[in-house]
Ligand binder design. Structure first.
Ligand SMILES: [Zn+2]
Length: 61
């Protein structure tokens, strides 16, 4: 079978919204993935409140 079904409604976009946490303090953010594959927390300058700029996407939500 080569059938893929997505449970989500709505059109797909180039930007994929996801959730992730800071690798330093664990603060959870809504992340936005850019075309180059990097993720940045929405509503910030690209860094966590603790100053860290690495985030681990959470795929289970
Ligand atoms: Zn942090």
């Amino acid at each position: 079978m080569n059938e893929e079904r997505r449970a989500r409604d709505g059109p797909e976009t180039d930007e994929e919204a996801l959730v992730g946490e800071c690798t330093e303090c664990g603060q959870v953010y809504s992340l936005q993935r850019g075309a180059d594959g990097t993720v940045v927390p929405m509503g910030t300058d690209g860094v966590c409140q603790c100053g860290n700029d690495e985030f681990e996407p959470l795929s289970d939500l």
